[in-house]
Ligand binder design. Structure first.
Ligand SMILES: Cc1cc2nc3c(=O)[nH]c(=O)nc-3n(C[C@H](O)[C@H](O)[C@H](O)COP(=O)(O)OP(=O)(O)OC[C@H]3O[C@@H](n4cnc5c(N)ncnc54)[C@H](O)[C@@H]3O)c2cc1C
Length: 323
């Protein structure tokens, strides 16, 4: 295979982790290809981001555009498409996009997580317009509003406590009959919060509103009605890491089905690195800043991997796994 067609690193994903990786890979003068399905990833659809240091108040999509422009200016190639499969080959790795394959010496997997959805009509249309899947990120946006948090795990309970600091009133709606998966101390605090109503044994069955969220429909009465007027809804029912590509390569996962990485973002498979929300790299703190930083570290590890044995895939890969 002509060396011109062989990339030093294939970065799979088009979110913060992928672009953090691409920036550093480009600055290391690595021949870099980013292949990502939904440009911007979760940051791109997050709406306003207020916790990325130095930027104050920024639209998530604008932030991702800036990241993209920065790496394009450094010569990084970008394909906006889905990778169907990654395989080990003589050239190290091959990423297949429809019927075309791209070869790389190393791979960085940065494909994020799939937020669990309520699967209700209007949910997608109103995401970022009142519906959020991240209360840690978006709680301040509920200032002065009546809000609802849907879910019953610790993320939902802690989310409701946080939202209650900003919102005028909060409903936490959970289908179970008690918060058995949440930390008792948080549940206790929630029960004592003056501006929180707890609705147990209740399902959300509809979302109201046209351009913005205006309310929720419930499957049972609360204070004589099945309709709740709310302006903000936080869906905290979990997220699943996208691990199909990694698993096919033999990459190990942790008990939460996240890609297990070491502190250098190396997986157990030689030459395969991972970054961002798909990994266990930052524990439960899944944020744009942590994903970007992990991408940066993964690119640095890939660079060391490629430069330590530049002429032999098998040899350079040997220096590059977590085990
Ligand atoms: C509504 C919402 C609001 C948020 N608000 C904030 C906030 O205010 N501040 C903050 O710091 N964080 C916020 N977050 C969290 C933040 O967005 C994530 O932590 C961050 O986006 C993770 O980046 P990532 O690159 O790891 O994954 P993602 O952003 O999820 O990117 C994954 C990328 O991989 C691509 N991909 C998936 N499968 C494939 C495939 N097979 N082939 C090619 N590409 C693929 C996706 O299309 C996507 O481009 C928010 C998240 C949500 C959902």
């Amino acid at each position: 295979m002509p060396q011109d067609d062989l990339y030093d690193v294939l970065i799979v994903g088009a979110g913060a982790a992928a672009f953090g990786a691409a920036l550093y890979a480009a600055r290391y003068r690595m021949k870099t290809l980013v292949i990502g399905e939904q440009f911007g990833g979760d940051t791109g659809i997050a709406g306003v981001i207020e916790n990325y240091p130095g930027l104050g108040h920024v639209d998530g999509f604008d932030l991702m555009m800036k990241m993209r422009e920065q790496v394009e200016a450094l010569g990084v190639e970008i394909i906006d498409d889905r990778v169907d499969q990654i395989e080990k080959t003589d050239a190290c790795f091959s990423a297949r996009v429809a019927d075309v394959s791209y070869q790389g010496k190393t791979v960085i997997i940065a494909v994020g997580r799939e937020r669990r959805k309520l699967m209700l009509p209007k949910e997608e249309e109103l995401t970022g317009k009142g519906i959020s899947y991240c209360s840690v990120c978006d709680a301040p946006l509920s200032k002065g509003a009546v809000a609802a948090v849907v879910g019953g795990g610790d993320a939902a309970v802690k989310g409701a406590l946080l939202v209650a600091k900003y919102a005028k009133h909060v409903y936490i709606i959970y289908r179970g009959d008690r918060f058995s998966r949440a930390e008792p101390i948080n549940v206790h605090e929630l029960e004592r919060s003056p501006n929180v109503d707890i609705l147990l044994g209740t399902n959300v069955v509809g979302i109201r509103g046209n351009n913005v969220v205006e309310g929720l429909a419930l499957d049972r009465d609360f204070q004589g009605t099945k309709e709740l007027a709310v302006g903000r809804v936080f869906v905290e029912i979990g997220a699943d890491p996208r691990t199909t590509l990694a698993q096919a390569l033999g990459v190990k996962l942790n008990s939460k089905k996240e890609i297990a990485v070491d502190k250098l973002m190396r997986t157990n498979v030689r030459g395969v690195f991972a970054a961002g929300d798909v990994t266990d790299g930052a524990g439960d703190l899944k944020q744009t800043i942590t994903a970007t930083a992990q991408g940066v570290i993964a690119a640095t590890s890939a660079y060391k991997c490629v430069t330590s044995h530049p002429h032999s895939c098998e040899l350079h890969a040997m220096a590059c796994s977590a085990e």
